[in-house]
Write a protein that binds this ligand. Structure first.
Ligand SMILES: O=C(O)c1ccccc1NCC(=O)[C@H](O)[C@H](O)COP(=O)(O)O
Length: 258
């Protein structure tokens, strides 16, 4: 089993247990369920912002612990203050050390929030809305094109945007009209190697009407210039900021040198 298969096997059990514990109707009574969502797509199309979707990432399967010191509040406040276009919050506990409460901790920043998790069930989309997300991630490698449509439909009904993540060319058929943003993940999930060329090769094959997001392995402002020149408007960055002594200072310096 590769890492994605392991994560999905665990996630199926987790979602089944959660459905028993908290029925979907209870989630719909949640604090943020009826809130008007913010558009990440619009922020990425708007030149006033950096295009960076800055991620709060405590640990990962590829790197182990990255940062277990700095709070969600402190890091996401700095991301917002220094020009992030959006914030990505990893809500998976088992593999990334995150939680849905991390979304709530970031919510007051007034910036689009991506719930970064492994979405396989409509229940998780209701959960995302109830905990204050604006955008959900759908990963093509673990969903059929039909499931992408069904889950994206649910997201639309709740006013959420959809970022569809691709890993390779064979997944291009997962793109549909219900998707707002198309991401290309540069991390090979078998070897964990990252390769930015992966994004640029695949970008050429994604229609120009989609907002494109390059994900993983970005660690230099020159990477952003290069990716922009290849048609990307969004740049998802986690580890590079989170591994620094101060992710807050690191984000500020990075964004000021763009
Ligand atoms: O980061 C991992 O090790 C990982 C392993 C397996 C599945 C997903 C994984 N990461 C999720 C992400 O997509 C990244 O957190 C995100 O793109 C930011 O990447 P980076 O800037 O390299 O932290």
């Amino acid at each position: 089993m590769n890492i994605l298969e392991k994560i999905i096997a665990r996630k199926s059990k987790e979602v089944a247990a959660k459905k028993n514990d908290v029925p979907e109707q209870e989630l719909e009574k949640g604090r943020y369920f009826s809130r008007q969502t913010l558009s990440l797509r619009k922020r990425l199309l708007d030149d006033k912002h950096t295009g960076i979707i800055a991620e709060y990432k405590r640990r990962s399967p590829s790197k182990g612990i990255i940062n277990d010191r700095d709070s969600v509040e402190a890091v996401t406040m700095a991301y917002t203050a220094y020009g992030a276009s959006g914030i990505s919050i990893l809500t998976d506990l088992e593999f990334f050390g995150g939680s849905l409460d991390d979304l709530i901790s970031a919510r007051d920043n007034g910036i689009p929030l991506l719930r970064k998790d492994f979405m396989i069930d409509e229940y998780q989309i209701t959960e995302a809305k109830a905990y204050g997300a604006d955008v959900i991630l759908l990963i093509a490698a673990c969903l059929s094109p039909l499931r992408v449509k069904q889950l994206a439909q649910k997201a639309k009904e709740l006013g959420l945007e959809v970022l569809l993540e691709l890993h390779d060319e064979s997944e291009l058929d997962h793109i549909c009209e219900l998707v707002d943003l198309v991401g290309v993940n540069n991390r090979n999930l078998k070897t964990f190697e990252v390769d930015l060329e992966h994004s640029t090769r695949l970008a050429e094959k994604i229609g120009s009407d989609f907002v494109k997001v390059a994900e993983s392995g970005i660690n230099d402002v020159n990477n952003i210039r290069y990716l922009k020149a290849h048609g990307f408007q969004g740049f998802l960055i986690g580890e590079y900021f989170m591994k620094q002594k101060s992710p807050m200072e690191a984000f500020k310096n990075f964004s000021y040198s763009l």
